[in-house]
Every structure is written in C-alpha cells, then in structure tokens.
Ligand binder design. Structure first.
Ligand SMILES: Nc1ncnc2c1ncn2[C@@H]1O[C@H](COP(=O)(O)OP(=O)(O)OP(=O)(O)O)[C@@H](O)[C@H]1O
Ligand SMILES: [Mg+2]
Length: 254
C-alpha cells in the first residue's frame, strides 16, 4: 500500500520553501474557483437554453414512437426513432453531469465530526465494497475533530475517491481511510492497493472530462477537487504503479 505523502499537500515534489509553496497553492486555488464561478454562470444560461428544446424534442419523439407503433411495416423507422431517443437521453445526462460539476455550488456548512462522517460513509459503502472483493478499513484519529463542512458535499467528494479506489482494484484489495490532525488542519487519506495512476495520466487526473475508463465521465476528481477547494481545503495524491494510490485531503478545523 502506498503510504500517505509525508508532507501536508505534497504529492511527488516536496519543496523546501513551504511559504512560497502555500502561497502558490492558494493562488491556484482561488484562480480555479474564480474560473469555475464564471463557467458556472455561463453554464446556467446555456443549460436553460438547451434544456427546454431538448425536452420538447423528447416529448415529440415519444409521440412519434407511439404513432410508429400503430403503423404497419414501420420497423426500420421504429428502430431509428429508438436510436434518436437513446441519444436524446444521453444528451440530457451529459448536460446534467456538466451542471453538477460546473453549476452553482452552495455550501451549507455546519460544525461536523469528521470521523463520524467517515464512519457513516464506510457503513454505507461496505456492501458495495464486499461485492467488489475490497476490504474497507478505517484508522481514525483519537481527537474526534470538528470541522466546518457541508456533510453531503464532503461525502460526495470522499465517495468519488472511494469509487476510484475500488475501480483501481479489479481483482479486489484493501481500501483504507485514515484521519489525522496536525496543528489547525485535518488530513484525510484514502489509500488503495490498486494499479496506480497510469503513466502519463498523473498531470491530468483532476482535469474535467479526463478519464482512462470505458464509460467514465472524468468528472469525479474534478468535482471532488472543486468541493474540497470550496471548503478552503486542498487535495493531492501519491501513487506507485502496481502498488496503489493515496489521495490526501486537508481541511480546516472548526
Ligand atoms: N485510485 C486511483 N487509482 C488509479 N487511477 C486513478 C485513481 N483515481 C483516479 N484515477 C485516474 O484518474 C482518472 C480520472 O478520475 P475521475 O474520477 O475524475 O474520472 P473517472 O473515474 O474516470 O470517471 P467518473 O468518476 O466520472 O466515473 C481515472 O480515469 C483514472 O485514470
Ligand atoms: Mg471516478
């Protein structure tokens, strides 16, 4: 299993000058949030423009399909209409995925016991992990840290990491979630014993729509990073081919 990065927020490169490092990291975080806010505004407008005609198309297609059912000898037209229907549905899903990622993200933060949140998530996910031959472990810090979090969003962010970990272990393995406190930050590590991040992929995994999976949208990590950064947190990872990957979140304490 890949050990968590020893340095808060560090992945592969560990800089001597942490102050400059932190400033650069903070500047990147703010730039990304600003860019996403702008994108979110545009996306809202575009989605409105696209959703209405899309639902009209869908409704009329449904009616057309019903007409075709009553029309003798229209098998090939029925087949075409059903392809159209599938593609219209797919467009709708693509739009929904994009909006979940780029749409307005409103945090409803409240003082949250992070360890309890992790325990809930593990209980919730255990059956799915067992089905995939994955053993889930937790190693939670004794301090029971209280953090200003939007619990639903943080669960979503962690779930994306857990799902990725399970998907990286096609033959099963171990997935461990650790928490620890250091000064005024809380760290959460999600480590798997999977294949590791593919060569050449490391620089891109947080980009929206980057995926190496058949059927993946590539929005999981982009969404997770967005949620963590909206919480004034950071995400980083370390990975070793064939050994596994560790994703680390750091979040503020209450
Ligand atoms: N734990 C991991 N081990 C190995 N590679 C990973 C891991 N987590 C992410 N990756 C790599 O990062 C890519 C992007 O991950 P991300 O979660 O954003 O999208 P996805 O899992 O491919 O699709 P989606 O989450 O939308 O279903 C993955 O396709 C994979 O190549
Ligand atoms: Mg994913």
């Amino acid at each position: 299993m890949v050990e968590p990065a020893a340095h808060p927020g560090a992945s592969t490169v560990i800089s001597e000058d942490t102050t400059v490092d932190n400033l650069a990291r903070e500047r990147d975080r703010l730039a990304r949030l600003e860019q996403l806010a702008r994108l979110g505004e545009l996306a809202g407008g575009l989605a409105h423009e696209l959703k209405n005609p899309l639902s009209t198309i869908k409704l009329n297609l449904q009616l057309l399909q019903e007409d075709l059912l009553r029309l003798p000898g229209a098998e090939s037209s029925r087949a075409r209409a059903s392809i159209l229907r599938k593609e219209v549905d797919r467009l709708g899903h693509t739009l929904d995925d994009f909006l979940r990622f780029a749409g307005r993200l409103e945090l409803h933060t409240k003082p949250t016991r992070l360890n309890d949140l992790v325990r809930d998530l593990i209980d919730f996910f255990r059956p799915q992990a067992q089905a995939a031959n994955v053993r889930l472990h937790a190693s939670l810090c004794p301090e029971e840290p209280l953090c200003p979090l939007d619990p639903n969003l943080i669960k979503q962010a962690l779930l994306n990491l857990i799902l990725n970990g399970v998907q990286a272990m096609p033959d099963g393995g171990d997935l461990i979630i650790r928490t620890h406190v250091d000064q005024n930050r809380v760290y959460v590590d999600v480590a798997d014993t999977g294949l590791g991040v593919a060569a050449g992929a490391a620089a891109h995994i947080f980009e929206a729509y980057f995926t190496t999976k058949k059927g993946g949208t590539g929005l999981g990590l982009a969404t997770t990073r967005r949620i963590i950064e909206e919480h004034r947190g950071h995400i980083s990872f370390s990975s070793e081919p064939g050994k596994g990957t560790n994703f680390r979140l750091d979040l503020p304490l209450q």
